[in-house]
Design a protein around this ligand. Structure first.
Ligand code: F6R
Ligand code: MG
Ligand code: MG
Length: 368
């Protein structure tokens, strides 16, 4: 038996209530029942089922390492069971993120989002799990750069010897399926050239440079790329370790005090501010948004998930929420125009090809 523990967060939208705005309690209960059985038979050490908006989030601990087919099978079966409940209630888009009928050993490439890390649990192991709805996988780029490489966010980088050596960023090019590492702060400017374009370059993981310990891991699955057509939002997740060699809890949360613009609002085709909210407030309803992020905090205890604490359930984020509403209103006033609407190539719905075909003959050459 390994002395390590693996944290797996696997999520999917398996049916919305009402529309894409929230989740029916029966789906949570079904997932809890399934995972309880897996805990009883020793597959899982512990679990917590949660949601953000219409996304069902399975947070699991075990000792089978990352990419374990047993854990992925369990997650797949659990999401399928929840999708069946969604179908029985005729919930909206039931089973929409489960792209295949046949499970092949790993949920990657089959629709669900996945973030996993295997760690040696420290004497005290505070973990923060971020989950977002109505946005896409690159949404974690800005907060990860801020928490692990920006001294204006994380003063620990400046004044704590444990963090002063900096962090290594693993970046994936999701179009070319390539990855590259950047050592920060030395290569910060190079890093930002790439991750400032989050639709293509995504921070997959962050490592403590002195010890090589993993500090963060995100889901980078892009549903639209997987399916070759629009099938739903990527609605990503992120796991961050905190304190000691890593940013403090407050430093990890601090980037979310700014409601930065992300893509994914209404029909996956609009930019909007990311609003940090508690789980009960994660019901994106105004123009199917604005995009939401929730954060659950746990203390790991020999693999058990002590918690959660609902981290954005704090009046100190009220002002962020107010600013998000103002920014959302400002963006909404652009209606169907960019930059509220996404550039043509990024939209998840489009009538353009059909329209171009129909109107092709009416386009005349411009001669002057
Ligand atoms: C879904 C989302 C929503 C839908 C919209 C249209 O995550 O962001 O804005 O895109 O409600 O949904 P359909 O096409 O299913 O009617
Ligand atoms: Mg949905
Ligand atoms: Mg969603």
């Amino acid at each position: 038996m390994t002395d390590k523990v693996t944290l797996s967060v696997i999520k999917a939208d398996v049916g919305g209530y009402v529309g894409h705005s929230s989740m029916h309690e029966d789906l949570i209960e079904e997932a809890e029942d399934r995972l309880e059985l897996a805990k009883d038979d020793g597959t899982l050490i512990d679990f917590h089922v949660s949601r953000v908006g219409d996304d069902l989030e399975l947070i699991m601990t075990h000792q089978m390492g990352v990419d374990s087919s047993k854990i992925h099978q369990l997650a797949w079966n659990t999401l399928e069971a929840a999708a069946e409940v969604a179908k029985s209630l005729k919930l909206y888009g039931a089973g929409q993120d489960l792209l295949s009928d046949a499970f092949s050993g790993n949920v990657k490439g089959m629709g669900p989002g996945v973030a996993e890390m295997e760690i040696k649990e420290r004497a005290s192991e505070p973990i923060l799990i971020f989950m977002a709805d109505k946005t896409s996988a690159g949404a974690w780029n800005m907060p990860l750069v801020k928490m692990f490489a920006d001294p204006f966010t994380t003063i620990g980088l400046v004044i704590s010897p444990a963090l002063h050596g900096g962090f290594r960023f693993e970046v994936q090019d999701v179009l070319e399926h390539k990855k590259i590492y950047f050592d920060c702060p030395d290569e910060l400017y190079d890093l930002v050239v790439f991750v400032g374009a989050p639709a293509r370059y995504m921070v997959k993981a962050v490592y403590h440079r002195d010890t090589n310990e993993i500090g963060a891991v995100s889901s980078t699955q892009r549903l639209s790329l997987l399916a070759g057509r629009y099938v739903g939002k990527d609605d990503p997740v992120l796991i961050v370790r905190s304190q000691g060699n890593f940013p403090a809890v407050g430093e990890v949360l601090e980037p979310f005090a700014f409601p930065y613009l992300v893509e994914g609002w209404m029909r996956g085709s609009h930019h909007g501010p990311l609003m940090p909210v508690s789980v009960p407030q994660s019901n994106p309803s105004r123009f199917d948004g604005p995009p939401r992020v929730v954060c659950l905090g746990f203390q790991l205890c020999n693999g058990s998930l002590v918690g959660p604490r609902d981290m954005f359930d704090d009046p100190s984020f009220d002002e962020t929420r107010r600013q998000a509403n103002l920014a959302g209103e400002y963006m909404r006033r652009h209606g169907p125009f960019e930059p509220h609407r996404l550039p043509l190539g990024e939209m998840e719905y489009t009538t353009m090809p059909e329209l171009m075909k129909r109107l092709a003959e009416r386009f005349e050459d411009v001669t002057d």
